[in-house]
Design a binder for this molecule. Structure first.
Ligand SMILES: [Zn+2]
Ligand SMILES: [Zn+2]
Length: 203
């Protein structure tokens, strides 16, 4: 079954992200799985760990309410299109891994066109072709069954602990207050990371 999220919500997600793109559609469908399994998550104790920083993460933030600023969206820079969700109250957790095979034909065609682009051999016809392929990808992602789009397993990590409130210390070089876990001690002084990196490089 294709995407069941109402069109107005999808339009709002596109507006939030700033453009429509295949990556965003992957995030919309991943959020759809999370919403099916967990219901409305706003105000609930749900945390997401995303293993990518691609466009789709904006859809996760907008549709599930797990956001970077609230601290219930954690980014692990692993470069995998995978999204983990944890409901701390109900003890439910799962990982959604995007099954890239569902689009490998379109993606390899897009890649070879993009290579021509890098080599500055693009013609106007190629540009239209790229746009058509991207549209086709978006349509495929929105139409496919969720069971085919994501491999669902247990997350590889335990439930993340709630964020602790840490003390701030004043950096003795720039004078800016810095969360204590992000400071270093160097030559008897407390330094923020950028100030530490500056002195450390001199050695
Ligand atoms: Zn995008
Ligand atoms: Zn500093």
């Amino acid at each position: 079954m294709g995407c069941q999220i109402e069109k107005a919500k999808i339009d709002q997600t596109i507006a939030f992200h700033g453009h429509r793109c295949p990556g965003l559609m992957i995030g919309i469908r991943a959020a759809e799985v999370a919403l099916q399994r967990l219901g409305d998550m706003k105000g609930k104790d749900v945390v997401a760990i995303v293993e990518t920083d691609m466009c789709g993460v904006d859809a996760i933030q907008f549709l599930t309410g797990c956001t970077f600023g609230k601290g219930n969206l954690i980014h692990k820079d692993l470069g995998k299109i995978a999204f983990n969700f944890y409901d701390r109250d109900r003890n439910i957790s799962f990982r959604l891994l995007f099954v890239s095979d569902i689009a490998s034909d379109l993606i390899s065609e897009l890649r070879s066109l993009m290579k021509e682009n890098e080599a500055e051999k693009m013609t106007e016809g190629d540009e239209d072709w790229i746009q058509r392929l991207r549209n086709e990808l978006e349509e495929r992602y929105m139409a496919i069954d969720l069971e085919k789009m994501f491999l669902v397993t247990d997350p590889p990590w335990p439930v993340p602990k709630p964020a602790k409130i840490l003390q701030s210390l004043r950096c003795e070089t720039c004078g800016e207050m810095t969360m204590e876990s992000r400071t270093r001690r160097f030559d008897g002084k407390v330094l923020c990371l950028p100030c530490f990196e500056k002195v450390e490089q001199k050695i």
